[in-house]
Design a protein around this ligand. Structure first.
Ligand code: ADP
Ligand code: MG
Length: 703
């Protein structure tokens, strides 16, 4: 325990920090203690032996590192256009450095005569080479005590910290001071077994070397060790949660298959199941009969037939005397599920109802009574399902559609509705790369439908600039003449609903002008319409009464209109990859060749270009998901906040897949041998978890 004291020392107690900078550390970087600062790892290391010569730089070189002397530096311009312009010279030539932001305080550092290291991306401006906002460090490593370094650490800082001398170099000095005093005070957090087995350096050695490595080999070992630590503790928590659930949460046993499933399967099912559907149903049945509560994630691309799988499992629940529910993220989706199930169950006496926020009072009362008495077997709805007034007679199986919009807390809330918690199936049409699944859904079992029903033609994807709109309109007319239906989708830009609506209305007006009645009928659906209106308009399109559906992304998931063969996506550059993929999945459901047309303006960002190209190149949901993760980074993926990923400083779940796998494997082995983490050899692990618990209060119920 004594060991912890050092790392828990408040940061302001470090010599040279004091209350003012201490406060800044807290506010700007959430660094409260010595330990927090030691966990701020450098994002880059300068190899002091490797500098480019200015003479060798050409315009589109990637980043360069230069060493030289400032020949001149001055503020130019006034007010908002004020900038600092400096000239850096080495023995081969000269290059201009420019700062627009923070010019005022950079001027104190970038002074003529000063020797410095500069890192940045050169560009040509007015026929002259220049680097804008380079990283800038004055030389004089002698200020760093005790060790001569070849690898010099760079830390990310903030504007405010920099004004107080805590730029990268300032931070490195504080780190240095703490480390000079830290020998023997950084406790080990892994067991000796694991360290031996993976041949890792000690935690202390790794912390020293991540900040001030002697060479790249030591740096690499330190990096691997610290990445492992982060991923291992995330996995340990997830695996433990999963084992805990499996062990502690008993579930209803669905042992029989009876007339509901059999009647459906033999009399109502209009087509054979795909092999993937069969496999997944088997997996679910096994869970449901096990006596443990099922927590399973069902992944399957759009149109892979997840709803049907869910339905068949609900029929098994019913055969065992239990009710089921499906919770969908929007009313339209809930409505669609309702219609789909009604269609599938048309000739069977199974009572299905729909409950949403806009269900009328009288109907609502009737449904609530039917749910409580058990007369209703399957309830479909939105968030309305988890309200306290909804009391099931015997809820045995809950399906959550498109889970990424529901939080873990909501999933948990559903469990309170029965005596034993219902089996839970989370369905998602957003394929998740394996690494991510292991992390985000590490507490769930995973089933994958990796096969589309037969006869689907692949969707042809095209990219057009807005200037070619007339050509696209011509193509739409051809398709309508051939009897097809068309979606035209506009993005939600979120900043302003009124603007989004205006945008949509303009598009709608343009289409109405070009597609006049009575030859063409057009539906429109957007977020500001009343549910009734939306349903009416959707209904017209579904029934084939309209040729074109103009909509915002409310149709993103779930709607199923086999005759719709063209998906036009306006401002496609505004959509994320997984959204584009979802939208494309709305077509290609019927027998005809389908098309997805991505419309963009001529100039789009390079990220947007990559998204469009990915869409043109592949229709494989998993490939798209990987690309999405690479482009957006894990931090921006929905649902990740609760997964512990937000706490990763150094590990990257995309790049560090191999370490992640090790970490998970080791976590599983450890918990098999020592489920409660109580063996003396695992004391370092237990101690660390305890301490992190205290710090974050996040391990909660399991330790
Ligand atoms: P998902 O929910 O996975 O996007 P759906 O369950 O909505 O997919 O299924 C898409 C369409 O494919 C629906 O019209 C459904 O009836 C149909 N379908 C499902 N399974 C099969 C199958 N095995 N063979 C043929 N069509 C199927
Ligand atoms: Mg579906």
């Amino acid at each position: 325990m004594m060991l912890q004291v050092f790392l828990e020392t408040p940061i302001e107690y470090c010599k040279g920090v004091g209350p003012v900078r201490g406060e800044l550390f807290k506010k700007e970087l959430a660094i409260f203690t010595f330990g927090d600062l030691l966990n701020l790892y450098p994002f880059r290391y300068v190899d002091k032996t490797k500098f480019q010569k200015i003479v060798d730089i050409h315009d589109d070189a990637s980043y360069v590192q230069l060493k030289g002397r400032i020949r001149s530096a001055q503020l130019v311009g006034v007010g908002r256009s004020m900038r600092l312009v400096a000239n850096l010279r080495d023995e081969t030539g000269e290059i201009e450095l420019v700062w627009f932001n923070g010019a005022k305080w950079m001027v104190d550092k970038v002074v003529a005569g000063v020797e410095c290291i500069v890192y940045g991306k050169p560009t040509v401006f007015n026929n002259k080479l220049n680097i804008t906002h380079p990283e800038f460090e004055t030389l004089g490593m002698d200020e760093l005590p005790t060790r001569a370094l070849t690898l010099y650490p760079f830390y990310s800082s903030t504007e405010k910290l920099k004004t107080r001398g805590l730029d990268s170099k300032g931070i490195s000095k504080v780190v240095r001071k703490i480390l000079d005093d830290a020998a023997g005070k950084i406790p080990e957090i892994l067991s000796e077994d694991i360290i031996q087995k993976l041949k890792l350096p000690s935690r202390e050695e790794a912390i020293f070397n991540i900040h001030f490595p002697d060479d790249f080999q030591k740096l690499n070992r330190a990096t691997a060790r610290l990445k492992f630590d982060e991923l291992f503790f995330v996995q340990l928590r997830l695996v433990k949660l999963k084992l805990y659930r499996a062990e502690k949460s008993k579930g209803n046993v669905f042992s029989t298959v009876g007339s509901n499933l059999n009647d459906f399967y033999f009399k109502a099912l209009p087509f054979p199941l795909t092999e993937a559907q069969k496999r997944v149903i088997k997996e679910i049945r096994k869970d449901m009969a096990s006596g443990k509560q099922m927590n399973r994630l069902l992944q399957g691309d759009v149109g892979s037939g997840k709803t049907l799988v869910a339905l068949m499992c609900m029929l098994i629940a019913l055969d065992n005397g239990f009710q089921s529910c499906i919770m969908a993220p929007t009313e339209i989706l809930a409505f669609q599920h309702f219609k789909t199930l009604q269609r599938f169950l048309a000739n069977l006496a199974i009572k299905v109802e729909l409950l949403t926020g806009s269900t009328k009072t009288a109907k609502r009362r009737e449904i609530l009574a039917g749910i409580q008495s058990g007369e209703i077997s399957i309830l479909i709805g939105t968030h309305a399902l988890i309200e306290d007034v909804v009391v099931f007679h015997k809820l045995g199986f809950a399906v959550i559609d498109e889970q990424h919009r529901f939080g873990v807390a909501q999933r948990a809330k559903l469990w309170e509705k029965g005596e034993l918690p219902p089996h839970i199936l989370v369905m998602t049409a957003t394929p998740i790369p394996r690494t991510l699944a292991m992390t985000v859904y590490g507490d769930l079992d995973i089933s994958v439908i990796d096969e589309l029903p037969p006869g689907r033609k692949s969707v042809k994807t095209l990219h057009y600039y807005d200037s070619n709109r007339l050509k696209v309109f011509g193509f739409m007319k051809e398709q309508i003449r051939a009897g097809r239906q068309i979606y035209v989708v506009y993005p939600l830009i979120h900043e302003s609903e009124t603007l989004d609506l205006k945008h949509l209305m303009e598009g709608y007006d343009a289409i109405v002008r070009d597609f006049p009645l009575p030859d063409y009928a057009i539906s429109m659906v957007h977020g500001q319409m009343k549910t009734k209106e939306k349903e009416y308009e959707m209904g017209r399109f579904v029934k084939g009464e309209t040729n074109i559906m103009v909509a915002t992304t409310v149709i993103e998931v779930g709607v199923d209109v086999p005759n719709a063969s063209v998906m036009i996506i306006e401002n496609a550059e505004r959509f994320g990859l997984s959204q584009l993929h979802q939208l494309r999945g709305r077509v290609g459901r019927g027998a005809d060749q389908s098309y997805c047309v991505l419309m963009t303006s001529f100039k789009v960002s390079s990220d947007a270009k990559q998204r469009i190209n990915t869409m043109l190149e592949t229709s494989d949901g998993f490939v798209i998901a990987e690309a999405d993760l690479r482009l957006r980074g894990p931090g921006n993926i929905e649902g990740l906040q609760q997964s512990g990923i937000a706490d990763l400083h150094i590990a990257d779940i995309v790049k560090d897949e191999k370490i992640l796998k090790y970490a998970r494997q080791i976590a599983i082995e450890l918990l098999q041998d020592d489920p409660e983490i109580e063996l003396p050899t695992n004391l370092p692990i237990k101690t660390y978890i305890r301490q992190e618990n205290k710090r974050k209060g996040s391990w909660g119920m399991i330790s």
